[in-house]
Design a protein around this ligand. Structure first.
Ligand SMILES: [Cu+2]
Length: 493
């Protein structure tokens, strides 16, 4: 909020005028980029009232586009296409997910309380799907429950939803077919109030959390598996996640949405926050207690708010240790370590490598996928083994990666338990240049080596550095695949 607006609000509140401020309708503007149809519009902040009521700010969903809309009379019309997507989780790792309009999670929808909304849903998947509006108070035949409230949407089919939304908060849409949920089919649906809450926020972010079991050299998630090795914020694993950039002193809201198989305790460094909302909407201020970790359960959302009063680059991450890693699979060990042989099963069985089809295909179906993949029973027959002294690890050189030697002591192998993180994070995993983008500008050299899984930064920046990053971001035209960067061409499919 500008100091002028804050002054006005405080002044009017003091004069008893704030509560009676006139409500102005949401305004829209043409979007400037990333649009297929230039007649479509994008949500903009509601205008500040002349009487000084604070404006809502549109949410930002780092790494995920907003879904544009068009006005058809008084109806705000959106168009969602359920389809297979190629999602680049980290540089060079392009996986086959199912999502909406080219991304998983799908694009973020933003509406304002009272909006009459129409959503055209097209099914471009090879099987039937459904579209559920999670937590929406809409007529039963608009709920998208397959079989009970409507027939599933056939492949090639369409269903048009229309409802008036009188709720406020962090909601989401998702396929109500369970296996499809595990292929990525969810998106954020933000319902703004007509006027901002007090205290109003200056920045509002959305993070959708997902998890996948995708083994090395396979591009398709094993949706049957219950242990996950790719953990994502907005479809990216760290260090490919885009930091939340805020100006020192701003009030910040972060909306966390979880649709997966695990709960995620999300922890913010350097600040205390309050939980101001759930998947059911705003919580009364009397319930706000300070914390720095919020547990976001499956099918839940949590809004947290804080004043970014502590300058620096602060980690924001899921605190489950295995959710702070990329591509972790116990069975990868014997491939990279010099001593120790897998017992019982060969590598392919042990790692659950699918040679064709999906986990539920005719070929793999008999096991129902339960023996396939990360953490499969076949994988439990081998243990981690010590490294040979002096030859800690032979890594194929990855172009773009910094690959500096890890810092280990001479007698490391004589210490029970070694190695733990020595080869999992640190200098040899750093890839600063591969994930270079304006939002990462000025981070400490080698930062990316310690970032994986569900991690990102809240960067609380002084005005000059903040403005510099905003200028860099404006200059950057369009959205570029990280694998378009020099050195990564060979990884493209
Ligand atoms: Cu987690």
């Amino acid at each position: 909020m500008s100091s002028r607006r804050r002054f006005l609000r405080d002044f009017l509140a003091g004069a008893g005028l704030f509560a009676s401020a006139k409500v102005l309708p949401a305004q829209e503007m043409e979007t400037s980029h990333g649009m297929k149809d230039m007649s479509m519009k994008r949500n903009k902040a509601t205008a500040p009232s002349e009487h000084g009521a604070a404006a809502t700010v549109p949410v930002q969903t780092p790494d995920i586009p907003d879904l544009p809309f068009r006005m058809d009379g008084s109806v705000k019309e959106f168009h969602l296409v359920a389809e297979p997507v190629k999602q680049e989780i980290v540089p060079g790792r392009v996986v086959d997910l199912w999502g909406y309009n080219g991304s998983a999670p799908g694009p973020t929808i933003q509406v304002t309380k009272g909006d009459l909304v129409r959503i055209i849903v097209d099914n471009h998947l090879p099987e039937a799907t459904s579209m559920h509006w999670h937590g929406f108070e809409v007529p039963n035949d608009m709920d998208g429950a397959p079989g009970s409230s409507q027939d599933p949407i056939a492949p090639g089919g369409r269903f048009v939803y229309e409802f008036t939304l009188n709720q406020v908060g962090t909601y989401f849409y998702h396929s109500h077919m369970a296996m499809q949920e595990m292929m990525g089919m969810i998106g954020a649906f933000i319902m703004h109030p007509k006027e901002a809450y007090t205290p109003s926020v200056d920045k509002d972010f959305v993070i959708v959390m997902q998890e996948y079991a995708i083994l090395p050299n396979i591009s398709v998630p094993n949706s049957m598996n219950m242990e996950f090795n790719w953990l994502t914020f907005n479809g990216k694993s760290a260090p490919a996640t885009t930091p939340l950039v805020v100006r020192h002193g701003e009030r910040v809201r972060i909306r966390l949405i979880n649709l997966g198989m695990d709960h995620h305790p999300i922890h913010l460094h350097g600040h205390q926050f309050v939980v101001t909302g759930t998947e059911g909407g705003r919580q009364p201020e009397s319930t706000w207690g300070p914390g720095n970790t919020v547990l976001v359960g499956v099918a839940q959302s949590r809004d947290v708010e804080f004043v970014a009063n502590n300058p620096g680059d602060w980690m924001l991450h899921c605190h489950l240790p295995h959710h702070m890693m990329n591509q972790m699979s116990s069975n990868v060990g014997p491939l990279s370590r010099r001593v120790g042989m897998p017992a019982g099963e060969g590598m392919e069985q042990g790692m659950g490598m699918l040679r064709g089809g999906s986990a539920t295909s005719q070929e793999n179906g008999p096991s129902l996928g339960r023996g396939l993949g990360v953490g499969s029973t076949a994988g439990q027959t081998m243990s981690n083994s010590p490294l040979k002294t002096g030859t800690p690890m032979q890594h194929q050189h990855m172009p773009g990666m910094q690959m500096a030697a890890p810092n280990v002591s001479k007698d490391a192998n004589s210490v029970p338990g070694f190695p733990q993180d020595a080869f999992m994070e640190g200098p040899m995993m750093a890839m600063d240049e591969m994930v270079d983008k304006p939002e990462n500008y000025g981070l400490r050299k080698g930062w990316s080596g310690f970032m994986a899984g569900m991690m990102t930064f809240v960067r609380v920046l002084p005005p000059d550095k903040y403005d510099q990053i905003m200028r860099l971001r404006e200059k950057q035209q369009g959205k570029k695949l990280m694998s378009d960067m020099p050195g990564m061409e060979h990884n493209r499919e």
